[in-house]
Design a protein around this ligand. Sequence first.
Ligand SMILES: Nc1ncnc2c1ncn2[C@@H]1O[C@H](COP(=O)(O)OP(=O)(O)OP(=O)(O)O)[C@@H](O)[C@H]1O
Ligand SMILES: [Mg+2]
Length: 501
Amino acid sequence: MTPSPDDPRLRLSGIAKAFGGIQAVRGVSLDVRRGEILALCGENGAGKSTLAKILAGEIAPDAGTIALDGQPIHLPDPASAHRMGIAVIYQELNYVPTLTVAENVLLGRLPHRGPIVDWDAVNREARAILAPLAPHLDPRLPVAALPVAERQVVEIARALSLDARVIVMDEPTAALSQQEVHRLFALVRHLASTGVSVIYISHRLDEVFSLADRIAVLRDGALVDVWAVNQTNRAELVRAMVGRSVEELYPRRESTPGEPMLEVRDLSRVGKLVDVSFSVRTGEIVGVFGLLGSGADVLVKALFGAVRADRGEVIVGGRSLGLPTPGRARRAGIALVPGERKEEGLVLGMSVRENLSLSTLSAISEWGFIKQRTERTHAVEMVRALQVRTPGIEVPVGRLSGGNQQKVVLGRWLQARPRVFVLEEPTRGIDVGAKVEVYRLMENLAEEGAAILLVSSELPEILSMSDRILTIADGRLTAEFRRGAVTQEEVLDSAIGGAAA
Ligand SMILES: Nc1ncnc2c1ncn2[C@@H]1O[C@H](COP(=O)(O)OP(=O)(O)OP(=O)(O)O)[C@@H](O)[C@H]1O
Ligand SMILES: [Mg+2]
């Protein structure tokens, strides 16, 4: 068979894959056209990453065929996928942290001069590859020294440089800043205009609608719908994913905050934080919004003593911690759900139940041993509350889909019932249906008297969930807004305006 220009770039026919008793992908048949951006949507556990791994040559399908430009292909291993021009950017980062940025970008194809690696050429080539995405990134730095967002950029740059015919991106923007997302989108559009086909997996529906030509929906491993982007809308898409109508509503909070629970006074760190002062009362949710480099992440780390502040004071429940250290912060009852949850480390080989109880061990262990009944009851409740899709609580957490693993990390902290909660990007990677559950849980925590600091890059989430919103730029708080009395644009303006000033 000779390829013809009418052939789709990629044709999947009857692809199926089961893990033990779970049918992760069920007979998926789907064409991807040349130069098309096809969004792949679906709930946590719908089978998106499994499909991506099949295209990457990581997982062999149980059934079905794949054709590229009209030719049937086999993908027994990742090297074959590379040779075929299929590049996959995984949801889980894939870099080697001890290597430099340049080595990661050029992994497996370092330029040599004779038998010796030509380091000048390595750094030069890496710089050229990185230029359109991250012109300021130094290729000689070890990847371990970079913030997660930049590690993701390295990963993306590597895939983009492979001269691919098909690029699969599995939630590439989960850790990216708004600026980086814009650069990535420009690049993806450019690639598509040159004929590269892109499969774009995302839970962020705004991204899907602004980027994709068509949208495909997986539910329980089966393809349920494919639309041209202008022939559907958010409500229809959400219904197809979840299988029912979901009002994308945030809980309407009627809050009556009490006494100040967390007070921060003049917290400063040279070059990073300047006299940051605010308070969060019991029952109150305070949102913090800042762009990349604004200092929002430093503020969170300083509250926990993970970054040492030079000056200032943190007071919890009326008692001063002075400058926080990790130990003091924990003993005072501050809990952090960190944004970098992969680092925070689920123990992938341990069960969902064990992972859920890791942070509450002291609360549920009595006389030195863990009360198994209590632990099990908690785990079952949390799995139900967060709609964690798992065959059971005894299953190793490593077998869950990415989003379901996120829910377990979140659930672990939500069980701890501390007095002060700092939630960084609590709904990252979580599907639209389960997000609503996370918001309900936050609301319950506030009702029970917790003080919540919500640090998020999702403006709709900040606007709807916060009683008050603080914006931060250049390490300073630039504005404070009340719930309901502010628009996305105004919040964004204060986050940018401050930076320009
Ligand atoms: N290695 C594995 N062993 C056992 N089950 C697995 C394995 N990998 C995935 N699964 C199961 O296959 C199903 C599909 O998972 P997949 O990772 O493809 O979902 P997803 O659509 O990418 O979800 P998310 O949005 O959460 O990333 C899930 O039920 C998951 O638990
Ligand atoms: Mg996934």
